[in-house]
Every structure is written in C-alpha cells, then in structure tokens.
Design a protein around this ligand. Structure first.
Ligand code: AKG
Length: 292
C-alpha cells in the first residue's frame, strides 16, 4: 500500500512511524515462504535448538545480506511503494538503496537486547545534521507478527531524545527506558525510522517465538559518507540471477550505470551482457541523458 503522507509527517516530527498492512497479503505470503530457503522454520528450530547452534553465535548471527534466493524476497527491497515513500520522504528521486538485510531471531538463541543507539553510527562516517539535510531512512518490513514478546524495536520518539548528544553513540543499558515506545505490528507492517533516532533491539521473551524482518535503507544518491554495504561484494551468482529480472530503475537504485552513462561502450555492453545472461541491454544502448 501507498505509505500515507501522515506516516511520513510522523517520521519528520517524531522520527518514526509504523504502517500496518504495508504488504499485500499475497506479497507477504510469498515472502514468508521464501524465508525457509534461508532459515529454519520456527517449529524446526525449537524442536532442536542445538542443531541450529549457529544462531547462538551472536544476536546478529541471523542476519543475511542481499540478494536472496527468491525473487519474492528480493523484490521487497525495491517494492514500488517503499521506493515511492523514500522518494517522498527524502524529497528526491535520486535515491541510493544502501542496505538490505534479512534478519531472523529465535527466542533463547541469543540475548537480543541492545543499548539505545542511533543508526548513523554504522551508516555514516559523520553525524546527522539537525536541519534534516542528508537524511537516511531506515525501514523494517515485518515478515512475522511483532508483539511485545517478539523483541520489538524500542524507540525513543524524537522529542524525548533530542537533548541526548550524538556522542557517545551507545547509552548505558536501561537508560531512558521510560521514554521507549515498542514498535509492535502484524506481519506485513512497515516500520520507518531515521538514523538520528535513539532506539534498540530488545530480547524475544515469548517461548517458541521467532521474528523475521527485512531491513531496507535509503539515502540520497551521492552521499559518499553514508552506506553500509558494498553491493559488488555480495554473492555474485545471486546477482547474476537477479540483474536480468530487474528494471533499469531497480538497477539504478543500487548504483548501476544508467543508460547514457559514459561507462557504456561496445565493449562494456557486450561484456555486461555476457556476465548477466538474459539481461535486456537495449536501454543501455541509448545515448543522451536517461529519463525515467
Ligand atoms: O532489531 C531491532 O529491532 C533493532 C536492531 C538495531 O537497532 C540494530 O541492530 O542497530
């Protein structure tokens, strides 16, 4: 669904918003089925947690970086309504999709509690500006219900946390607990928050509970000091499958050279086509500036 203007206004004013029913039921169902290409189903995990000891290594052990084994998950990273919301929020169509992570958490595998922090610490070499320029938008697409027992993200609304200086990055455990709001919502919800907002992961307290979410973050293209991952480093065989499936605009979000870019010549057109069999190179043959 289209993210309502009111939700984006809430992000501007309070620093976060939760949009219920963001994914259509069929989109959610397909993405949930694709999760099991990457993670054990909760019933399998809890039948024998010792068999899945890798999830006990750290609270981040269940993070898998983009791209994934299924189009049904991959497409959510550039879901048209998500891109539209990022464009409207950041006030530009010149977007850079700078992070995608799929995160599975299983109750008891690890303690998922975190101290309050702001995401600029791992998304930027500098600090956010108070006037809101150069913002980054972080999002969680809930692929399972998130109740109080499923380790909801705990967020300190902007008005309650703005007096806390940007450094040090981490607050002491328990600090500002009375100011926290839990981001609870049903599967298919979208949580949006800014990288200058104090928040933290919390532990899963419900026995047998698991939480699955897709994290997708945007900034304006050209913010050279921001980012979190380098796309070329990720699983080349998965890109080989994904690239031909994407539109020019979807590739553009990852920083792929645009039609009309000086990068393209007869050699690169031929060799990129060989690297990504099945990719329609016609748009990249055009000369002159690219119009979306
Ligand atoms: O998983 C969550 O709810 C929040 C995680 C988080 O804030 C982080 O890892 O920086």
């Amino acid at each position: 669904m289209r993210v309502p203007d009111g939700a984006l206004d809430q992000v501007r004013e309070e620093g976060f918003a939760l949009v219920e029913g963001f994914l259509a039921p069929d989109e959610l169902k397909l993405a949930q089925q694709a999760l099991w290409l990457h993670f054990p189903k909760p019933e399998d995990y809890f039948a024998d947690p010792a068999r899945h000891a890798e999830y006990a290594r750290s609270q981040f052990a269940g993070v898998e970086e983009f791209p994934y084994r299924s189009w049904d998950l991959n497409r959510l990273a550039f879901h048209p309504d998500l891109v539209d919301a990022a464009e409207r929020y950041l006030g530009t169509t010149e977007l850079h999709l700078y992070k995608v992570e799929l995160w599975a958490k299983y109750a008891g595998a690890s303690n998922y509690d975190q101290p309050l922090h702001r995401d600029y610490g791992s998304h930027s070499l500098v600090v956010p500006r108070h006037d809101g320029r150069y913002q980054q938008l972080t999002t969680f697409i809930f692929l399972s219900d998130v109740t109080e027992e499923d380790g909801p993200t705990r967020i300190v609304p902007f008005g309650r946390g703005k007096d806390v200086p940007f450094s040090p990055l981490y607050l002491e455990f328990g600090a500002r607990a009375d100011d926290e709001v839990s981001a609870v919502g049903t599967a298919g919800s979208l949580l949006v928050y800014r990288t200058d907002i104090l928040h933290r992961g919390s532990d899963l307290t419900g026995a047998g509970h698991a939480r699955f979410s897709l994290l997708v973050d945007f900034q304006a293209r050209g913010t050279t000091w921001g980012g979190k991952m380098a796309w070329p480093k990720q699983a080349p065989h998965r890109w080989a499958k994904l690239m031909p499936q994407c539109t020019v605009r979807e590739r553009d979000l990852f920083g792929f050279p645009r039609p009309g870019d000086e990068y393209w010549n007869e050699q690169t057109l031929a060799d990129v086509a060989a690297r990504y069999p099945g990719m329609d190179m016609t748009p990249y043959r055009q000369t002159g500036p690219w119009r979306r």
